[in-house]
Structure formats: structure tokens, C-alpha cells
Design a protein around this ligand. Structure first.
Ligand code: ADP
Ligand code: DP6
Ligand code: CO
Length: 326
């Protein structure tokens, strides 16, 4: 009753921001992402008859409290479906900073969903895994697949039609994503809390939703046509709109630091001298810069010279989930 799975993180080009049902992780809007080759989680799950509770080890350290509770509630979904009430030892290693805006929750819950279902003997297809991973962390439903992925929000109240599908596989369009680390600390406002507060209190949230369909249509079209400029213009605009909603929340909050703004401005300066690069930012201060393969060294040099930049991780489209032999 043991299995090991690996899942990569993904970066949203069109953001998932807001839930219509918190319990089932049903989003207000569709989102589109790229799965990244450089960042991933490897998780081993072993169900055992003699355990009296779940044990969660993250990067070799025992985790308790609320964090372990999140894992146990997620495993309950799997135990109930399989009709087997064994507890498990979960041993997970993040090759990505945890809770710093690099999408550890996406690779974390995608790997956990894959390993736990396999270990308990449930045979789910990718759609089933995506639907399940969604209920650990919304963005995790996109990490089941490689390449360019869209999460369809679905219409139903029970969430059966809310899962991701692949738009292009990881070999379909080789763009470069530079993950710019300006701060490795864990964020103060977790994504979950940030989006909840925004939906409940921000007067800008309705504007976010109203303009989404246009962004989605344009992004799908840009991916199909491999139109980099169109993709870049939309993704940068979409990220800024998402962050604008947080300023209207009550109490208001902002994920950016001075360093975030410096990186954003450098990207815009690069464009002024003809280097096509665009930025996006998730729930944290770190920035992801997207450019074409031919420009990745120029973009790297342009950003490295900023004092606030601690590290640059060069990423490309990566694969979906895989299983490792035990
Ligand atoms: P991030 O930007 O890293 O996705 P979030 O605030 O969305 O930050 O999520 C952080 C949460 O993701 C953690 O508090 C933890 O609950 C969960 N998480 C991170 N890594 C793992 C993992 N390897 N396995 C299971 N859950 C994880
Ligand atoms: C800004 O999937 O981390 O990164 O569903 O509450 O676990 P929960 O949140 P999470 O939210 C991600 C928000 C985002 C945008 C995105 O990845 O689409
Ligand atoms: Co997350």
C-alpha cells in the first residue's frame, strides 16, 4: 500500500483568484497555466494498518497542527472513496520554496493525489486526478498535466465538471520562464486567505471577473498561434488586475515589496529596448518573467544586475505527473 509520485509546479498566465465554493474548491473563473520543469514535489504515501493517525513529513521534518490537518482531510476524501480507513505516512520533498509564491501547493497536492490514490488502489484517470487534486489546492488540478493547461471552472454545484485539461503538451511551445527570487520567506497572507478576503470585500473584484472572458479567449488564441506578443501583453495585464483587487480588499493587502516593483520596471525597460519579456506575479513578492527562448540570456543578464535579485531559476515547460518505483 505504498506509492511515490512526482508533480511539477505551474505558473498561471491567467490567474485563479476567488472561489465560489470553498469546501469543494470551485473557482469563480477559468485559469490557464504553464507547468514548469525546474520546480517539483516528490511524495511517498504508505497506508499502514497499525497507525493511529496520519504522519506528515515535509523535507524530512515532522509537521503537525493545521498543516497536517489539511493533509488528513484531503486523505479522508481518498479513504472514503476507496472505503479503506487506514492512516498513512506521507513523506514529501519540495524542490521548490514552500509557501513563497512559487506554487508549492500545486505540486504538493498533485503529487499527494497521485501517490495516495495509487497506494490505496484507486485507479483514477487524469480527469479524476485533476478533480481530486483540486480539492487539496485549486492550482494543483493544473499540475496533473504538462505544458499549457486550462482549468475549466465548471458550472455544476457538485464540482464534477471542474477540472483541468491540456491545451498544448510540454513540447508544443518552448517558451522560457525565469523565476526571480527576491525573497524566500513564507508569505503573510496565504493564497487561500487572500482570495477569500478579496472576494468578500474588494469592490474591484467584479471588474476582475468582467474582464476575464476577453483574457481567456485571447490567451487560448495566442497559444494556438504561438503568438508571443499577444500572450505576453495579456498575461501581464491579467496579473496586474489580480493584484489590483487586493488593494481594494478590507483590510487591504499587497504581495509586492520594493524589489517586486524594481523587477517589474526592469522588465518594462527591457521591452523599451526591444527585448520581448513580460512578467507575472502570484501570491507573493517574487516575479516570474516570460520570454522567448532566443532572448532568455539577455533577459537573465538584464535582471541579474539588479541588487534586489537573489536568485534566478530558468524554467521551461515541464511534464505532468509521473510515478516512481518504490
Ligand atoms: P504556494 O505559493 O507555495 O503555493 P500557498 O499559500 O498556495 O503557497 O500554499 C502553501 C501551502 O501548500 C502550505 O501551507 C501547505 O499546506 C501546502 N503544501 C506545500 N508543499 C506541500 C507538499 N509538499 N505537500 C502537501 N502540501 C504542501
Ligand atoms: C495567485 O491554488 O494556492 O497563485 O486553492 O486556496 O489552495 P488554494 O489556493 P492556490 O491559489 C493560487 C493563486 C494564484 C493564481 C494561480 O495559481 O492561478
Ligand atoms: Co498555492
Amino acid at each position: 500500500m505504498k506509492a511515490i509520485a512526482k508533480a511539477h509546479t505551474n505558473i498561471a498566465l491567467i490567474k485563479y483568484w476567488g472561489k465560489r465554493n470553498e469546501q469543494l474548491f470551485l473557482p469563480m473563473n477559468n485559469s490557464i497555466s504553464i507547468t514548469l520543469d525546474r520546480f517539483y514535489t516528490t511524495t511517498s504515501v504508505s497506508f499502514q494498518e497499525d497507525l493511529s493517525s496520519d504522519r506528515f513529513l515535509l523535507d524530512g521534518e515532522e509537521v503537525g497542527g493545521k498543516e497536517r490537518q489539511k493533509i488528513s482531510s484531503f486523505l479522508d476524501l481518498i479513504r472514503n472513496t476507496a472505503n479503506k480507513q487506514y492512516f498513512a505516512v506521507i513523506d514529501s520533498v519540495n524542490q521548490v520554496p514552500t509557501a513563497a509564491g512559487f506554487a508549492s501547493s500545486a505540486s504538493g497536492f498533485a503529487a499527494l493525489a497521485a501517490a495516495a490514490t495509487k497506494a490505496i488502489g484507486l485507479d483514477l484517470d487524469d480527469t479524476g486526478l485533476s478533480r481530486l487534486a483540486r480539492q487539496g489546492s485549486g492550482s494543483a488540478c493544473r499540475s496533473i498535466y504538462g505544458g499549457f493547461v486550462e482549468w475549466n471552472k465548471g458550472e455544476r454545484a457538485d464540482g464534477v465538471d471542474s477540472f483541468a485539461t491540456q491545451i498544448l503538451d510540454e513540447n508544443g511551445w518552448n517558451v522560457s520562464v525565469l523565476s526571480i527570487m527576491v525573497e524566500a520567506k513564507q508569505k503573510k497572507v496565504l493564497s487561500r486567505e487572500g482570495m477569500r478576503r478579496t472576494v468578500e470585500t474588494s469592490p474591484f473584484y467584479s471588474g476582475w471577473l468582467e474582464s476575464l472572458e476577453t483574457d481567456l479567449v485571447g490567451t487560448r488564441e495566442a497559444i494556438q498561434r504561438r503568438d508571443f506578443e499577444q500572450l505576453g501583453m495579456i498575461l501581464e495585464h491579467n496579473a496586474l488586475k489580480m493584484h489590483a483587487t487586493t488593494l481594494g480588499a478590507n483590510p487591504p493587502f499587497l504581495y509586492w515589496t520594493n524589489a517586486t516593483v524594481e523587477v517589474m520596471q526592469r522588465v518594462q525597460e527591457l521591452r523599451e529596448v526591444g527585448v520581448e519579456a513580460y512578467f507575472t506575479i502570484d501570491a507573493g513578492p517574487n516575479v516570474k518573467v516570460i520570454c522567448q527562448l532566443k532572448d532568455e540570456q539577455k533577459v537573465k543578464e538584464g535582471l541579474q544586475s539588479l541588487n534586489c535579485v537573489q536568485d534566478i531559476f530558468l524554467c521551461h515547460p515541464g511534464p505532468g505527473i509521473s510515478y516512481l518505483t518504490t
